[in-house]
Design a binder for this molecule. Structure first.
Ligand code: ZN
Length: 281
């Protein structure tokens, strides 16, 4: 397996949320014109759209749909809410199939009124409930471990070890892991768990950005690669050594970048991506 070439933009994917002020048509047009080759689509940009046609529009721009974001949020003390989440995830699988997205990223969910263990059990049950549909639709599910600061309301899966344990438990080629540097860069077992993930061929996606110092907002102040303290290039080398040859997906939630001219921001993203291949980082 050969790794993506980083000397051009053929390995670069951008999440639609990164350039949130743009609708899907504008994002596809602009990314494509800039030479970007991959797009990960957030479900909000599909509202009111014919999803199949939107997928065709994206491919007409010579872009690969890398993933649909996002599914998950399985955990709740409330049985009805768990059922609603499962139905919503089944809808996400249908949307992914219509769009031509091979993968759904799962932000697994948690409920602070119960234990993290209970939330993890419900996550496991939720994935088990949708796995038949995902398998039938040939849509993969990637468990994304989230930084532990989100263990209160977003995910009870907070380390690569937990994500690997969960994914391996399904023993399915349709359940794997998404590595997002923002969430896992601090983990002393990161390299080891990336290697483990590679051995099981469970490494489905690689998301990049940076951790700004200081971080003004723990959700909406992600930085461009090179702007903070995450050793993105080193983590990428581990991911690639584990056999991953998919896209580098730029996923930046940033209240300040969203206020900028998005064409300028796109240029900055491309520069930051290219700089990752330089020796100085
Ligand atoms: Zn991510």
């Amino acid at each position: 397996m050969t790794n993506k070439d980083h000397t051009d933009l053929s390995g670069l994917c951008i999440h639609t949320v990164t350039t949130r002020p743009w609708d899907i048509e504008e994002a596809a047009k602009r990314y494509s014109a800039a030479g970007v080759k991959g797009i990960s689509v957030w479900r909000d940009v599909l509202e009111g759209r014919d999803i199949r046609q939107t997928g065709e529009m994206i491919r007409d721009h010579d872009l690969s749909v890398v993933s649909l974001c996002r599914g998950g949020f399985f955990a709740s003390k409330d049985h009805n809410k768990r059922s609603v989440a499962i139905e919503d995830n089944k809808r996400a699988i249908e949307e992914a199939a219509l769009l031509g997205a091979p993968l759904i990223v799962l932000v697994c969910g948690t409920d602070p009124t119960q234990s993290l263990d209970d939330s993890r059990k419900q996550i496991r049950d939720g994935i088990a409930a949708i796995l038949p549909e995902a398998t039938a639709a040939a849509v993969k599910l990637a468990i994304e471990p989230l930084h532990p600061m989100y263990a209160d309301t977003r995910s009870a899966i907070n380390t690569m070890l937990q994500a690997n344990d969960m994914a391996e438990g399904f023993n399915s080629p349709f359940v794997g892991v998404a590595v997002d540097v923002y969430h896992v860069w601090w983990d002393p077992f990161l390299k080891k768990e990336i290697e483990r993930c590679g051995e099981k061929q469970n490494l489905f996606a690689f998301h990049i950005c940076d951790w700004k110092i200081p971080t003004a907002d723990l959700l909406l102040d992600r930085g461009l690669m090179g702007e903070g303290c995450i050793p993105v290039k080193q983590i990428r080398s581990w991911v690639e050594a584990a056999g991953f040859n998919g896209f580098n997906e730029v996923e930046i939630f940033s209240g300040s970048y969203w206020k900028e001219d998005q064409a300028d921001f796109l240029r900055k993203i491309i520069t930051a991506y290219k700089d990752l291949s330089n020796e100085r980082i």
